[in-house]
Design a protein around this ligand. Structure first.
Ligand code: XMP
Length: 518
């Protein structure tokens, strides 16, 4: 458990609970999200939070078995902030009243006006007479609990902001963590200040602690790490190498489905720049031979997954006697999410970068990024001196170019695709757009079209360009390039990449599309 001052977020299943954690981490406050079912009095005593936040959630306090925190949370003597459902459950447990929404539901943008009395929680918050917030509630508080007073109201939520200043309990009906509550971060800033947080969660401090923890866990044993060239496994590898030096060996499996120069760049950086022992397993023949004639997307993925595990296992065995496997697992992968559909059961999302391997090889896991969000991993990467261009790289899927080459994969097609992708990404970088885009790539379509170049007829492949904005890859929008950018890029690809004579831009969002083509 972290040695930092800790804030506990009790999760009642809101879709945006993770955003609360993000806002707090941005304020250098260490926090953890735990589903309400796991927050027992014993857990509370062990966690020893310096403050507690109740998240929102989809339930109604009138539901049978409605979720609630243990009553002991109110006896901890620490500040508590209840949000939306968190406000309602707090009021109900402390002696107030909640009413079922009957025609008074509020979803979306609303405006909260202040009362005459200003409190510390609201310092710098009401920039005007009223402040925009995001509401999403059916039920509402109809009578506040003894000790509470009202400090903000909205047309449909007369108790939009309430507080019991004597006990440092605060409760708001809206969601300060979402983007649509533009000044919401100020509320969190005020809350953690009045709770006495020193802002001791910094990447510099985290790096030193993580190194100490890795040394402690690993001792003098050997560790292997599957390097994909992505940000997470790279940062994990450099951090672990800093902790235990050459006890770490990285295995980089080149499946022949990487982008232009990717293998060379990864090997140069890890082996030559960081001096990390690295096995560069060029297994492209094996993968491409097995994929020969395979056109079904799921068969492609399964073939690649199966071969990847075999190959990794074979090369890891060369290290001899490794006891640990390092993985770049992130915090969003390990947060237990509250599931209401299946009753009060808990679903744990687990993420195995090299699926199933630890069990199969009898290895223990080293996961030094388990407490971090993606952008914290990037900050840690900066701290460790990884080049900015590497840290900011777009995600790249494990099956690589195989899922960007719909239909049959051939070496010729892969060579064409690599060149088109390189020109496209070069265009994006030249125009300064790379960091505005979540992910961009070219796909080579299994379609040949007729064109005319010079005086001659061409009959070549069509390529599709994809660029999306997204927060987490779960949903995505296409990136609105200018027409000038698109036509310049199409012209360059057709001129510079033999084998392509037509370029299209994919404007499908996700859903209904997916980001990758397969
Ligand atoms: P889709 O295509 O499902 O992709 O919208 C969402 C995000 O996930 C990436 N992706 C993968 N990443 N192994 C990975 O490591 C995979 O098999 C895989 N499939 C998709 C995709 O690039 C996008 O960022």
């Amino acid at each position: 458990m972290s040695s930092h001052q800790r804030l506990l977020i009790i999760d009642f299943g809101s879709q945006v609970t993770q955003l609360i954690a993000r806002r707090l981490r941005e304020l250098n406050v260490y926090c953890e999200i735990h589903p309400y079912q796991t927050v027992t009095p014993v857990f509370l005593a062990g966690f020893a939070p310096k403050a507690v936040i109740f998240s929102g959630g989809p339930a109604s306090v009138f539901d049978d078995g409605a979720p609630h925190p243990p009553g002991e949370v109110f006896d901890l003597g620490v500040p508590i902030l209840g949000i939306c459902y968190g406000q309602q459950v707090m009021m109900q447990m402390l002696g107030g009243k909640v009413e079922r929404g009957q025609g008074t539901a509020e979803f979306g943008r609303a405006y909260v006006s202040h009362t005459d009395e200003r409190i510390d929680l609201l310092t710098g918050w009401f920039l005007d007479d009223r402040e925009q917030v995001w509401m999403s509630h059916g039920d509402h508080v109809s009578e506040i609990a003894p000790g509470f007073k009202v400090y903000g109201t909205s047309p449909n939520a007369p108790f939009a902001i309430t507080a019991d200043l004597g006990r440092n309990f605060y409760a708001v009906q809206f969601h300060p963590e979402v983007h649509h509550t533009p000044n919401g971060k100020t509320l969190y800033e005020n809350f953690v200040r009045l709770a006495g947080f020193a802002g001791d969660w910094t990447m510099g401090a985290y790096r030193d602690e993580a190194i100490a923890r890795i040394r402690d866990q690993v001792g003098d044993a050997k560790v292997i790490c599957g390097l994909s060239g992505g940000v997470d496994s790279s940062v994990a590898a450099v951090l672990i190498h800093e902790a235990i030096g050459d006890q770490l060996t990285c295995v980089f499996v080149d499946h022949g489905l990487l982008r232009q120069n990717e293998a060379t760049e990864v090997v140069a950086m890890f082996r030559d720049h960081y001096n990390i022992p690295l096995i560069h397993a060029d297994e492209s023949d094996l993968f491409l031979n097995e994929l020969d004639g395979v056109t079904d997307p799921e068969t492609k993925r399964k073939t690649i997954g199966r071969l990847f595990i075999d190959v990794f296992q074979k090369h890891a065995a060369e290290v001899g006697g490794a006891r640990f496997l390092a993985q770049g697992t992130l915090y969003p992968d390990v947060i237990e999410s509250v599931s209401f559909s299946g009753g009060p059961s808990v679903t744990i999302k687990s993420h195995h970068n090299v699926g199933g391997l630890p069990e199969k090889m009898g290895l223990e896991l080293v996961e030094p990024l388990r407490e971090l969000f993606k952008d914290e991993v990037r900050a840690l990467g900066h701290e460790l001196g990884l080049p900015a261009s590497f840290i900011g790289r777009h995600p790249f899927p494990g099956p690589g170019l195989a899922i960007r080459c719909p239909g049959e994969i051939t070496r010729d097609k892969l060579a064409i695709l690599r060149r088109a992708d390189a020109v496209y990404i070069d265009q994006i970088r030249r125009h300064g757009l790379y960091d505005d885009i979540w992910q961009a790539f070219a796909a080579l379509l299994p379609v040949r079209t007729v064109g005319v170049m010079g005086d001659g007829r061409t009959y070549d492949y069509a390529c599709a360009l994809r660029a999306v904005t997204s927060v987490d890859g779960m949903t995505a929008d296409y990136y609105p390039f200018s027409h000038a950018f698109l036509s310049e890029t199409a012209t360059r690809i057709i001129n510079e990449v033999p084998g392509i004579n037509r370029v299209t831009y994919d404007i499908t969002s996700k859903p209904p599309g997916t980001i990758e083509w397969e």
